[in-house]
Design a protein around this ligand. Sequence first.
Ligand code: HAM
Length: 415
Amino acid sequence: MPGFQAPAGTFDVLPPESSRYEALVGRFAGHVARAGYGSAITPMFEDVGVFERLGQSTDVVRKEMYDFEDKGGRRLALRPEGTASVVRAYVQRRPTLPFKAWYVGPIFRYERPQAGRYRQHHQLGIEALGSDDPDLDVEVMALAAGFYASLGLTRVRLRLTSLGDAACRPAYRDQLQGYLEARADRLCEEHRDRIAENPLRILDCKRDACRAAAADAPRMVGHLCEQCRSHFGRVTAGLTALGVAFELDPSLVRGLDYYTRTTFEFTSDALEFAHSGAGGGGRYDGLVESLGGPPTPGIGFGLGIERILLTCDAEGVFPAPGLGLDVFVLDTTGGEQARDVTAELRAAGLRTDRAFDQRSWKAQMKAALRSEAPLAVVLEDGEASIRTLQEKGEAERADRGTLVEHVRKKLGELR
Ligand code: HAM
């Protein structure tokens, strides 16, 4: 009988590749902690209503949600994004504002699996609630841009626009609706009859028909009210002052409906497939209220871990760091000595692995070389010796009583 496979659109991350995931998360945690973000851990599933607030007209909610009824008859959904969960947690717990949190975790979307697009992907994200200061928009985008740069990436571009707010968007929406209605017969089949539902979404349709029909459609950024225009001006001035490169992209439309004002995406020129989005985010000044909280502005981003790592591969940066072992223990006398010495080295804080099953000297040596540890402790005939593994060097006799110090000294010489 053939074995089971991971479900379509999902994958396993095993060592040594998993060390790269871990290193990425560690790097991100340190990066955003320096800006005052603490980690938020929320459930991977929520009441389906939490996510329905993201917009019934979005694919993420309408078509791609993993929703189900649990054994108690509750309607739940695996989270299709991270923002709604953090906002739900804020509304429920009401931590002091401003509330700045980062998160990492799996995200579930029933999409058509293809290169760079999965049914379970992983995101690194931040959310900042409680301030509508344009400097916070600058902070959030600068943090994402700085993170990509810290990995050595040079081909990630920030694209930016403003989607206005409750004051200026309705009038724009009406205008766009009129424009699209006059061209309804030229839109794709899916959108022909759905103009009134969410005309902005049609600007995001990838089908040629919609793209051609909407090519000259009015864009929000040309219809901002005074407050939104001034906010956006402060944002772009702030990015310029901090040296964060960006491009204005009035055609930017995001896949979620909660965005207001500043909205952005990071795309990589190094990714050749259709999905070059390495991250995205923006303001969502109405979301807290729509989830039952008091009016509270918010902004954040989500970065796809897999997309970032694919970009790193394409640019040849941020390789997997591996396990980072210090020493590998070989024992040709039955294994008991290896048991004790390994425990001693680990207790002293040295990253140590060993061979099992009383394998031959040759097999143990092969395992030692594969481990990528720089040093081996060899136990044979009642004697211990220390050898360099990755570079040729003489074996040094070692005294059992001072073995730990000896290994430390040798590691120091090698580094
Ligand atoms: P999003 O643009 O839907 O935004 O997703 C963020 C990032 O997750 C994308 O830029 C992409 O890198 C990655 N991603 C999305 N879908 C997939 C997939 N199927 N396979 C692989 N990677 C994927 C959000 O989710 C918002 N919650 C971001 C945000 C936070 N906005 C404000 N705060």
